[in-house]
Design a protein around this ligand. Structure first.
Ligand code: PLP
Length: 424
């Protein structure tokens, strides 16, 4: 019966309160999937609300409402530039998402420079870069893929060796979406600048608002970000284009975004992205989130014998909010479903390949064994997580893993592993 009506319907249709009390809302979920997307912050919603209600008009219109819309876009541009440490707000161009920004950066550069078709990227990029580069390789570009080690880290000597005078673009993410491993874009940018004429593109989607960034001090030419990873709504992103770097327009049409990306601006979303950047800059929560992540990670690794960390154990080289942990010889999908049933949202590796059975390309590139990669769970924390939520997750997880261990067909391997690591 509950499924036939929403609570709102019952109230709206005048059901009395005593009857209402027999229907209960599903319990509050514990959301530990903030690398997939984040909840819109109330401050952000407040900032976008006027542009969905009273203040409307086309930002290209000359009348006062249009001018107010335009001011909202320009304020947001300043707020994004401020958070990124860009030298000039004019270096920020709004897009519809992070994938668009990544595609524009790489595809646009190649369109502008058709003879410079050597691209360098890594094996562990998000699909927005990886699939694009695979496509570009199919249509005649030469792509060099940098490998990572077992900790998910790059060897910068490899970059030195493959960088050529004719390399067009180097694309390296700042933070890996699955493991949280950070790549040293300061050193990479310097190597690129000193040894080639290539432009340096950074997929910064997972890093913005999680770690401090100062583009003024970095040799980065193009930098992509996405609003929904930092408490703005889905449907807005931005590309930082360093002054002097030329890209053809992503959409040809009107003169919006300085003629670089046509189409009427999504003012509510853009205002929201600006407010989200302001929130991240003024009320950073990195340290509190890191403490919670460390507690979760330490307890799991210390008490569950088949748990192993994916990504470097050096926490200074990882995002403060991410813990990617494999539970060996059990299925990550099963863990996810049990946790979901218990009210905890997590992800198996990247949300984008949660429908396929293949282990994630990132974990494969790190040589994580199949039986561990299949049992990988990404816990990604955010500004709304509390210590109680982490305690609750820690309280229910061992029982879930214990049940799945009992059902696992790998009983010999598990027994050996539990004996070796001192478990029950
Ligand atoms: N790059 C990275 C590292 C990501 O994690 C994501 C999304 O998960 C993207 C790019 C794509 O961003 P969007 O979802 O805004 O297209």
């Amino acid at each position: 019966m509950y499924s036939l009506f929403t609570i709102h319907d019952l109230r709206f249709t005048g059901f009395c309160d005593s009857l209402f009390t027999i229907y209960h809302l599903p319990p509050q979920m514990i959301y530990l999937d903030n690398n997939a997307t984040t909840r819109v912050a109330p401050e952000v919603f407040d900032a976008m609300r006027p542009y969905l209600t009273d203040v409307y008009g086309n930002p290209s219109s000359a009348h006062s409402l249009g001018r107010r819309m335009k001011s909202a876009v320009e304020l947001a541009r300043e707020q994004v530039a401020e958070l990124l440490g860009a030298a000039d707000p004019g270096e920020i161009v709004f897009t519809s998402c992070g994938s668009e920004a990544d595609n524009w950066a790489i595809g646009g550069f190649l369109e502008q420079n058709p003879t410079r078709r050597h691209i360098i990227t890594t094996r562990v990029e998000h699909e927005a870069v990886r699939n694009l580069c695979e496509h570009l390789a199919e249509i005649g570009c030469e792509v060099t893929w940098l490998e990572v080690d077992g900790n998910g880290e790059l060897n910068l000597d490899d970059l030195h060796q493959v960088l050529r005078r004719d390399t067009g673009i180097v694309s390296v993410m700042l933070a890996n979406n699955e493991t949280g491993v950070l790549f040293p874009i300061d050193k990479i940018g310097r190597i690129v600048r000193e040894n080639s004429d290539a432009v340096f593109h950074v997929d910064g989607v997972q890093a913005v608002a999680k770690i401090p960034i100062n583009l003024k001090e970095l040799d980065v030419d193009l930098f992509a970000l996405s609003g929904h990873k930092l408490h703005a709504p889905q449907g807005v992103g931005a590309l930082y284009i360093r002054s002097g770097v030329k890209l053809p327009p992503f959409i040809i049409g009107g003169g919006q975004e300085g003629g670089r990306r046509a189409g009427t601006s999504a003012v509510p979303n853009i205002a929201a992205l600006g407010a989200a950047c302001e929130l991240a800059r003024k009320f950073a929560e990195h340290e509190r989130i890191e403490k919670l992540r460390n507690k979760l990670e330490d307890k799991i690794l210390g008490t569950i014998p088949n748990a192993r960390l994916n990504g470097t154990p050096d926490r200074t080289k990882r995002l403060p909010n991410t813990a990617n942990i494999s539970f060996e010889y059990v299925e990550g999908e099963n863990i996810l479903l049990h946790l979901d049933k218990a009210g905890v949202c997590v992800s198996t590796g990247s949300a984008c390949h949660s429908t396929t059975k293949e282990s994630s390309p990132t974990l494969r590139a790190m040589n994580v064994p199949y039986t561990a990669a299949q049992g990988s769970i990404r816990f990604s924390l955010g500004r709304y997580n509390t210590e109680e939520e982490i305690n609750h997750t820690l309280a229910i997880l061992p029982e879930i893993i214990g049940k799945l261990v009992e059902m696992s067909p790998y009983d010999k391997e598990l027994k050996a592993l539990y004996t070796a690591r001192g478990g029950a």
